[in-house]
Design a protein around this ligand. Structure first.
Ligand SMILES: [Zn+2]
Length: 419
């Protein structure tokens, strides 16, 4: 059967193509801090049809991305390069290419192109499409590379052997180029793969309730309950971006879902409001803007950036996946929200249903599958904080999510299952 995403790509993009998803202008940005940017780390998450590369500079930089065609006479493959101006580079990264060799990328390397410019080069195995965007605080440039056409078999000499996968979740801050080993190819027929993403963790508590309950602990508990309950359903496989109290950058969470070939991505959060009276359950899908000030403030908080910074972000989402995926995400979000509302309303009385919403959440940018962000209750409301302390109530929220995932997952047709 034709897998629609790849078919569209193959039809429209015969050669290396450049599709920029720019959150910030490439040039002419104003420095927001007197600290100078330093290219301190490059991190890659990969399988043989997808790679996300993150370049960490800490402070905002001017950058420009482009492609170069293969030059067979000079033994040069097709390349993607990102020129970064006015930044220093950590000595550990300079001139130390990291081999990936996953059938999509050969390697990532960084060097000085001239006095003012650092060039990060991604040597491709074959023609590919890619998108580049930047996220603020700390500033990082993200490159998502998609393979197209035939999928070659993974080579023996992979990043797993060249670069030990001893990468902690905080690794992007370390001065090194790091590459996760490619995820193995899926079996011919497989279960629906669900990636649960308990928000926050580690140094990031998320929202905190009036009596000190932390969002990061509540969403991890809900995630574990969902996973436990889903284990009864043999046609599903559940994974989590985190299963302990650790910090994981937002771009890494999306990358984990993508490289795992997840079919469904559910980011778990608890809402908060300066108005302590606000209560209820809502579920979000990604959009470039927010419908109202509350949603904008929520997205800014979940993104870990000030509202003014988020408002300055220019989302140019000319991503060919977006249309079909957004409709699916909306359908998934409605299914999940209705189910949580129903299960959470049993027992101690009705829970307010704030419904389906849209806002610019960074964790959903670049996700290759239907992806949603659940905000179950307001931890800022004393009554709802008490509910979130109650394991039985968390179980009801988990029941709703399980019910919805099963309903949605059994109706959906996912690329991995069509192989
Ligand atoms: Zn959150």
């Amino acid at each position: 059967m034709i897998r629609p995403y790849r078919y569209i790509l193959a039809a429209l993009l015969p050669a290396v193509a450049f599709a920029a998803l720019t959150l910030f202008p490439s040039f002419g940005v104003t420095a927001v801090s007197s600290r100078s940017p330093v290219l301190s780390g490059i991190h890659a998450w990969t399988n043989e049809i997808y790679t996300r590369v993150a370049i960490y500079t800490g402070e905002e930089v001017e950058w420009h991305a482009n492609t170069a065609s293969a030059v067979p006479a000079q033994n040069l493959p097709p390349r993607i390069f990102v020129d970064i101006r006015g930044a220093e580079i950590d000595g550990d990264i300079l001139h130390k290419p990291v081999g990936i060799n996953n059938g999509l990328l050969q390697r990532v390397r960084a060097g000085r192109n001239n006095k003012d410019t650092i060039r990060v080069v991604i040597d491709l195995e074959r023609d590919s499409t890619f998108r580049v965007f930047a996220l603020p605080d700390p500033y990082r440039i993200i490159i998502d590379v998609d393979g197209e056409g035939e999928i070659p078999l993974p080579r023996e000499n992979t990043a797993a052997t060249q670069n030990p996968p001893a990468v902690s979740v905080d690794a992007p801050r370390e001065p090194a180029i790091l590459a996760e080993p490619p995820s193995p190819a899926p079996p011919v027929s497989r279960r629906v793969r669900v990636m649960l993403d308990p928000g926050h963790g580690g140094k990031d508590p998320g929202a905190v309730g009036p009596t000190g309950l932390k969002e990061k602990d509540v969403v991890l508990a809900i995630g574990r309950m969902v996973r436990e309950r889903m284990a009864r359903h043999n046609d599903f496989e559940v994974r989590m971006t985190r299963d302990s109290d650790v910090f994981i950058p937002l771009e890494e969470r999306t990358a984990i879902a993508n490289r795992s070939r997840a079919d469904i991505f559910v980011s778990l959060h608890i809402n908060a409001s300066p108005s302590r009276a606000v209560k209820g359950v809502s579920t979000y899908v990604f959009s470039r803007g927010a419908g109202n000030q509350e949603d904008l403030e929520l997205a800014a908080r979940e993104n870990g950036v000030p509202v003014a910074r988020l408002q300055g972000v220019k989302f140019i989402v000319d991503d060919m996946f977006t249309g079909a995926r957004k409709n699916e995400s909306l359908r998934l979000a409605k299914t999940v929200n209705d189910a949580i509302h129903r299960t959470a309303s049993s027992g101690r009385g009705s829970v307010a249903n704030l419904g389906l919403k849209q806002a610019p959440f960074f964790v959903l940018v670049g996700a290759r599958m239907p992806s949603i962000l659940v905000e179950s209750h307001f931890i800022s409301n004393a009554q709802e904080e008490a509910l979130l302390r109650d394991e039985k109530h968390l179980g009801k929220i988990a029941d709703g999510i399980v019910e919805a995932i099963c309903y949605y997952g059994r109706k959906g047709v996912f690329p991995g299952q069509e192989l």
